[in-house]
Design a binder for this molecule. Structure first.
Ligand SMILES: Cc1cc2nc3c(=O)[nH]c(=O)nc-3n(C[C@H](O)[C@H](O)[C@H](O)COP(=O)(O)O)c2cc1C
Length: 265
């Protein structure tokens, strides 16, 4: 199995110790596991410039695509992705947030439907869980099929010692993450995911090719495989959830007709 580690913390500190433990736990289960590491601090990724080119014309046109495109490819090629972040101001670090800002177009055009994540956060006192939740909420929005969260309060600057109980708990979460990846099973989306997905599916019809404000969203949502289905075809949606998708698609279509977002070209 291939694992990608995205380190959103500027140094290898407290959070990295937990990442190392997670890595060891995976290696115990899978001696052939291969790990690739991305340390965002080393990439010198500029801030998202807010040009909205990714939304309008496609993410390949982003002036930072050389960096972002490679990470997207690596996520797509990994069986599992580990995101690591310290809690800064009770959220993910600005560096990880900056990376996420570059992927915000995927909230309009989700992508990682077969990806599964393990999110590891630490906080000195408070906010670690909130940071993990913030990360996983974003990941689910861009398509991630499942996120496992692990958060620890370290009460330490650079001198965190992992307690035995934390080791046990982390191993448990890693085990679930690993078994889930191994199963190859894709979980059906929650209703809370079907709602925004289908609102976008409906609303984006106002931006299809030939309309005044045609965008990449319009192209994406009119793709043959996507236009008629309440979720990506890779993921099974049980019959009882489908009406929710259809309903919000209709609402999206109505809203899209009344509320047109203008794009200056
Ligand atoms: C800029 C900055 C902001 C921080 N914000 C918080 C915070 O909101 N809540 C908290 O409990 N700890 C906060 N901390 C402490 C770190 O989250 C904590 O020490 C963490 O374990 C550090 O992980 P690291 O060594 O992997 O960077 C902050 C630390 C820094 C440097």
């Amino acid at each position: 199995m291939k694992y990608l580690i995205i380190n959103g913390t500027p140094h290898k500190g407290n959070t990295w110790k937990l990442v190392q433990l997670a890595k060891e736990s995976i290696q115990l289960k899978d001696q052939l596991a291969v790990f690739d590491e991305i340390h965002l601090a080393r990439l010198n990724l500029p801030f998202c410039s807010g040009c909205s080119v990714c939304f309008r014309l496609g993410h390949e046109k982003c002036s930072h695509h050389e960096i972002i495109g490679q990470i997207i490819d690596k996520i797509n090629n990994a069986d599992g992705v580990i995101f690591a972040s310290a809690a800064y101001n009770m959220r993910e670090t600005a560096m990880l947030k900056n990376f996420f800002d570059h992927l915000c177009f995927m909230l309009h055009r989700p992508n990682f439907f077969t990806s599964k994540a393990l999110v590891i956060t630490t906080a000195g006192g408070v906010g670690g869980k909130r940071a993990a939740k913030s990360i996983s909420t974003f990941l689910k929005g861009i398509g991630f099929n499942r996120c496992y969260l692990f958060s620890v309060t370290t009460y330490s600057w650079n001198d965190y010692k992992i307690k035995d109980i934390t080791r046990v708990k982390l191993r448990k979460v890693v085990s679930k993450f690993y078994r889930d990846i191994l199963s190859g099973r894709l979980h059906s989306p929650s209703c809370m995911l079907l709602i925004p997905y289908n609102l976008f599916r409906g609303m984006s019809l106002a931006y299809i090719k030939g309309t005044e404000f045609e965008t990449e969203d319009g192209l994406y949502w009119t793709e043959e495989s996507r236009s008629k289905s309440v979720y990506d075809s890779a993921v099974h949606v049980p019959i009882y959830k489908k009406p929710i998708g259809h309903l919000f698609y209709l609402i999206g279509k109505i809203v899209g007709r009344k509320l047109v977002v203008t794009y200056k070209k």
